[in-house]
Design a protein around this ligand. Structure first.
Ligand code: 8YV
Length: 317
């Protein structure tokens, strides 16, 4: 039986999924085409579905020549990089891959909190460089436990999974979001500045996009205080990166652990040249074989459901 045709806007960040797409579909790979518009026009009559990562939108000039496109399936839970409003206006359903990555991302969030607060990456360098032999024990770090307070910015599925892990670390959990959630017992803060003021650690988990751009601004960062630790596993756009660098350099906060950046994969020198109190990760919170495989399977399942005349599994619009 012929493999159904789909448009693949760009590669997704798991090779197993790329292989599966080629096994199951006749995938027209737009990003490899010498003339993307010409390819789109040529395949337009047969294209009803497209795959894309959550980071790169399908250009409007391409959408204009795909009148039969009805579903865009994204690889990732965050779709701030995809033009959802435009796709909705055109009557195109957008799907993402929630839930299958929740625990993985929460694990990395706690791992980054631990690694940053206890300076584990610095410790690794300290041993490898011979400093331990030369200088003896590394200087003390900060405690993560003992009833310290963590503020979670964005108590969604991932935020709640992080909160559960924080309770196991005896951390007092509070959160900020658009509104108070009736079904959680954690203290709610309508103002992120006040949440930061009352927290030792600030964990940024909220979705990216225009509504959260620089939500964590200089005032929020400085309210965290000189012993404060900021962790960002959401989107680089949520934190004012220049303000963060300034606060770190001026020791207005103690440390930061970052898995996401305003312009990836570019990391400003200001962050890269503070190895002792800044831990950097290459946007890898969901990057395990198990989780990226599950994300790819869910993305594919959305397209298969649509092609079988059923409702997509995880629509966002
Ligand atoms: C992406 C992510 O899937 O799910 C998200 O929103 O940020 C990641 O898990 C990854 O960047 C691959 O595009």
């Amino acid at each position: 039986m012929a493999k159904p045709p789909v448009l693949q806007n760009g590669p997704v960040s798991y090779s197993g999924t790329m292989t599966k797409i080629d096994e199951l579909f006749t995938a027209h790979k737009l990003w490899l085409a010498p003339d993307r518009l010409a390819l789109a026009k040529k395949i337009a009559p047969e294209i009803t579905c497209a795959f894309t990562s959550g980071h790169d939108p399908i250009p409007n000039e391409i959408l204009d020549v795909l009148p039969n496109l009805k579903l865009v399936a994204c690889f990732g839970v965050g779709v701030d990089g995809v033009n959802v409003a435009e796709l909705t206006r055109r009557g195109i359903t957008v799907t993402n891959t929630p839930d299958v990555l929740t625990e993985e991302v929460a694990d990395l969030g706690l791992g980054l909190l631990l690694a940053t607060t206890r300076q584990m990456i610095k410790g690794d360098r300290y041993v490898r460089s011979g400093e331990w032999v030369k200088r003896g024990n590394m200087e003390m770090t900060w405690s993560l436990t003992g009833g310290k307070a963590i503020g979670i910015v964005g108590l969604g599925r991932i935020g709640k999974a992080i909160a559960k892990r924080c309770e196991a670390f005896n951390l007092k959990v509070a959160y900020h979001g658009r509104s108070k959630q009736a079904d959680v017992s954690y203290r709610y803060y309508a103002d992120p500045v006040e949440l930061a003021r009352d927290s030792d650690f600030l964990m940024i988990v909220t979705p990216g996009g225009p509504g959260t751009k620089h939500l964590v601004n200089a005032r929020v960062i400085e309210a965290l205080g000189p012993n404060g630790v900021l962790i960002n596993i959401s989107r680089g756009s949520v934190v004012d990166q220049a303000a963060l660098v300034k606060a770190l350099k001026e020791k207005k906060i103690a440390a930061a652990g970052l898995d996401v950046f305003e312009v990836e994969p570019c990391v400003p020198e200001g962050l890269a040249d503070m190895p002792d109190n800044v831990v950097l990760q290459p946007h890898q919170a969901s990057a395990t074989h198990e989780t990226r495989g599950a994300m790819g399977d869910l993305m594919i399942a959305n397209v298969q459901a649509f092609l079988a005349g059923k409702k997509p599994l995880t629509p966002v619009n």
